[in-house]
Design a protein. Structure first.
Length: 176
């Protein structure tokens, strides 16, 4: 398993994609979960799907096997912990994955929603803020969409792995 060392380092580099990530980050926890659900629901239509074959699902058995056996309340709690970067068993397992596997976890959960994974309430109505962020990502090209999604999912989960200090920070040159 690999960890994302710089959770706050933007990977969505263009101004346009950064604005989408910033708009997403302003949403509250449940709105972020709803946005992820709606984004994955639109995959293959107005949002380009990430290639699930590029992921290694065997790296996340706790998130892709054990998780499905939990109650809907427990599943929702875990999703919230991951979105909020809380220190929990599932959030740590998620935080230890690279972005392509994190994308795959959300993809797998979205595919199982309403069956093995807690679904959206039948009477749920997306807020204007959620619809606005969805519209923003739909307007991006494939690379922009993937950049936004990787950045968003890469910011989630818990990891106590700290980035390695740079030469500029330490004042020391690397030695062999």
């Amino acid at each position: 398993m690999t960890a994302s060392y710089q959770k706050n380092a933007p990977q969505a580099l263009s101004n346009e994609t950064q604005k989408v990530v910033e708009a997403f980050n302003r949403l509250d926890t449940d709105a972020k979960l709803a946005w992820l659900y709606f984004a994955y629901e639109k995959m293959g239509k107005s949002i380009t799907p990430a290639a699930p074959s590029a992921a290694d699902p065997e790296l996340a058995p706790i998130l892709l096997d054990d998780y499905y056996k939990l109650s809907e309340d427990e599943q929702l709690t875990i999703m919230r912990q991951i979105v909020n970067c809380e220190d929990s068993e599932y959030s740590r397992a998620y935080g230890a994955l690279n972005e392509k596997n994190q994308l795959f976890v959300w993809f797998a959960w979205a595919q199982a929603m309403g069956k093995q994974v807690v679904g959206m309430p039948g009477n749920y109505k997306a807020t204007g803020a959620i619809n606005d962020v969805l519209s923003q990502i739909e307007e991006l090209d494939f690379e922009g969409q993937m950049s936004v999604l990787r950045t968003i999912v890469g910011q989630m989960g818990y990891s106590d792995v700290k980035p390695i200090e740079t030469q500029a920070q330490t004042g020391k040159t690397p030695s062999l």
